[in-house]
Ligand binder design. Structure first.
Ligand code: AMP
Length: 116
């Protein structure tokens, strides 16, 4: 998928609305439009990557930026204390519906295991 048609790239470029909770040069975080928990945020790289398998030699740096953001958001939203889950869905069987790499931050209620 090209960056111009990617849903999350359009959010990055403010072509689509979203409730943005954090932004810097490399990372954007916003509320999931269909939250699966009281806290459900998406943390994405501004650089378009289809998913985990698109990570190249810079992958460690991309993931470090995403996780640093997520940890701050977990603290700021209060779920760091009560507990939370980080999810990355990949591909069809993994349940990925938007082909732009993203971390889900889910918290605010007890989460069951295993996921469906
Ligand atoms: P995944 O299924 O892992 O690819 O996750 C994609 C997530 O994006 C889902 O949880 C959707 O609810 C969410 N989503 C889809 N469209 C939007 C949107 N316009 N704004 C915010 N979240 C969205």
């Amino acid at each position: 998928m090209s960056a111009t048609t990617c849903l999350f790239c359009r959010i990055i470029h403010r072509e689509l609305p979203a409730t943005v909770v954090y932004e810097d040069d490399d990372v954007l975080a916003f509320r999931d439009i269909a939250p699966k928990a009281p806290t459900h945020l998406l943390v994405i790289p501004k650089r378009h990557l289809d998913g985990l398998q698109a990570l190249d030699g810079e992958g460690a740096g991309v993931m470090a930026s995403l996780f640093a953001c997520l940890v701050r958001l977990a603290r700021d939203t209060g779920v760091a204390h009560s507990g939370y889950r980080v999810v990355v869905n990949h591909g069809a069987n993994g349940g990925q519906t938007v082909p732009h790499l993203h971390l889900h931050l889910l918290g605010g209620r007890p989460l069951t295991w295993p996921p469906g």
